[in-house]
Design a protein around this ligand. Structure first.
Ligand SMILES: *Cc1c(COP(=O)(O)O)cnc(C)c1O
Length: 404
């Protein structure tokens, strides 16, 4: 039997191992210099001003929702075809998730459906939009920005699938996912199935300095360590009673002092994870190139087959986290591939039909494009170390399932 072929997997090199080991031997396991290094390298990679590394992509989403002040009852629009965390971050803050249907051609949140929702209510009814660069295909964020501005909404771009992906704006300039030019905040994940692996890990990128500073604070318990921002007096901080012992020399806060000024979390990444992420980032463009090659090969192999209802075509700027086919008898194909040790996957079960969201009132029939997509979609193996032989084997087995 051939080795199992998963739909995605990490690639750890000797160099990755060396940087992790050397970080383990350094003075800092966490809160050390590797984190800022990784942040700077990542901001450079996606062309944003600021980056904040965090413990995982879900924590990144939660911090974004907090930084944007999502409150009880705030309505936020997102897509049902995503990992549940894209929606859940709104619920963490007590907000209401409103799913809008996908475009059946791109599988992305359909801006026309978002517009319909916004037009149906008085201005101010919605607070934000969370579009997802699903499968690695970049959302046209310029269009979303224009719509969001009309209604005074913020945008969080969930770019977990698309580091290095881009769309072309109206001037035909390449706009990298997470570059902060259109979305207020963008988030990434470094889970091993994603492009860059750090074990667990995530990143938030932005061009907004105020949001950046807020995120840094929320990442570490809401703690401030900056003399110019303290709210309590120097005397209190120093532990002396100002009224009893007037002390004109007492102008500086003691160096131990810090203040918790709002309710934050511990969503930090460790230094050895940041070191691994940074090392992986150096190879991200090679990985992207290989993913695009694999996509091209799949596309050519399945072009014109009558059992294919749709497939991720060859699209400029697509980061190919996933390669998706829409097929007849999806269950049959999935099980047949499993018997051949090929572990395809389904992305995603529509979020609005998870029991948790059904409980909140969502039901079958609410989002027909997403539901129809779910009945047919299957993600084929797609990762940079997939060999040509393995890919040929996958193609051969898909064809033999339908053609005998
Ligand atoms: C992976 C993923 C997340 C969550 O990231 P974690 O690091 O696993 O918490 C969020 N959104 C999307 C689209 C994802 O693929």
């Amino acid at each position: 039997m051939n080795n199992p072929i998963p739909y995605g997997r990490q690639n750890i090199t000797e160099e990755d191992i060396e940087v992790v080991v050397s970080t383990l031997k350094s003075d800092y396991l966490t809160q050390g210099p590797k984190i800022a290094e990784f942040e700077e390298a990542f901001a450079n990679y996606v062309d944003s001003k600021f980056a904040v590394a965090v413990s995982n992509g879900t924590a990144a989403l939660h911090l974004c929702a907090l930084a944007l002040n999502v409150k009880q009852g705030d309505k936020v629009i997102t897509t049902p075809i995503t990992f549940a965390a894209s929606a859940n971050c709104v619920r963490y803050c007590g907000g209401e998730v409103v799913f809008a249907d996908i475009d059946p051609e791109t599988y992305l949140l359909d801006i026309n459906n978002v517009r319909k929702l916004l037009e149906a209510e008085p201005k101010g009814a919605y607070k934000g939009i969370i579009p997802v660069d699903f499968a690695g295909r970049a959302v046209d964020l310029e269009a979303f920005r224009n719509l969001a501005d009309e209604y005074g909404l913020w945008i969080i771009e969930d770019s977990c699938h698309a580091p290095g992906g881009f769309f072309n704006d109206a001037k035909d300039d390449k706009q990298l996912c997470g570059n902060g030019k259109f979305a207020d905040l963008a988030i990434f994940s470094f889970h091993p199935v994603k492009h860059i692996a750090s074990g667990e890990g995530g990143m938030i990128t932005t061009n907004n300095k105020d949001l950046y500073e807020k995120l840094l604070q929320l990442r570490t318990h809401g703690i401030v360590k900056d003399d110019s921002k303290y709210q309590n007096s120097v005397a209190f901080a120093s532990g002396v009673n100002e009224s009893l012992i007037p002390n004109p020399q007492l102008t500086d806060y003691p160096t131990w002092y810090m203040e918790m000024q709002e309710l934050g979390y511990n969503y930090r990444i460790t230094d050895f994870q940041a070191a691994l992420g940074e090392s992986q980032l150096k190879r991200a463009n090679d990985g992207l190139k290989r993913r695009r090659e694999i996509a091209e090969t799949y596309f050519e192999a399945f072009k014109g087959k009558d059992y294919i209802k749709g497939q991720s075509g060859v699209i400029g700027g697509h980061a190919y986290h996933l390669y998706i086919l829409e097929v007849e008898d999806r269950l049959g194909l999935y099980n047949y591939l499993r018997d051949q040790n090929i572990f395809a996957q389904i992305h995603y079960i529509p979020c609005h039909l998870m029991p948790y969201y059904r409980e909140l009132g969502w039901k079958e029939g609410d989002l027909p494009n997403a539901e129809d997509y779910y009945r047919h979609c299957i993600s084929l193996p797609m990762f940079p170390t997939l060999t040509n032989e393995e890919q040929d084997f996958v193609i051969d087995k898909v064809n033999s399932f339908y053609e005998g």
